[in-house]
Design a protein around this ligand. Sequence first.
Ligand code: COA
Length: 152
Amino acid sequence: MNCKVERLLVNYKTLEEFKKFKEYGIQELSMLEDLETNIIENDSESPFYGIYYGDKLIARMSLYKRSAKSDQYFTPAQEFLELWKLEVLTDYQHRGYGKALVDYAKSIGLPIKTNPRIHSLEFWNKMGFKPVTYDMERDFGENPLIWQPEQA
Ligand code: COA
């Protein structure tokens, strides 16, 4: 099994591959617009990482580094990664590709925050993600899950 995680480039081929994913939306459309209007160059680096099966993109996620200033999830506030749009194409699910992407994100060594999709809680559980401890002071308007590297 090929589980090589690659940083995806923004180009027309990548955007065409993205159409196969359910969570195709605003982020992808604005990438396309930026390409068409030359705001970004063909083959610029994107926030997306993915796994290819042959020349077909079968799994992907988006990873953003957030500064400590924007952190409302960890104590003390610190730099962290926001992981979203994790998705494995239906025919390729349950073969370890989702885990491979999450392991890649973990290997960067920063805490991670994600907003799970409704039916994927058990997967995130297995990946060691936990709900943010409830705190009356905070209203997330979401149900974030977090993961932290082992404290040395
Ligand atoms: N429920 C329970 N356990 C799940 C699961 C699910 N929906 N999806 C994966 N797992 C478990 C696997 O059994 C595996 O456990 P193991 O290590 O003990 O064998 C572990 O999580 C890793 O699984 P993996 O093969 O890496 O998962 P994946 O490649 O299928 O990726 C998702 C997981 C959720 C990202 C992927 O299935 C996906 O994109 N789904 C799209 C829609 C969705 O959210 N579906 C949820 C089911 S309706």
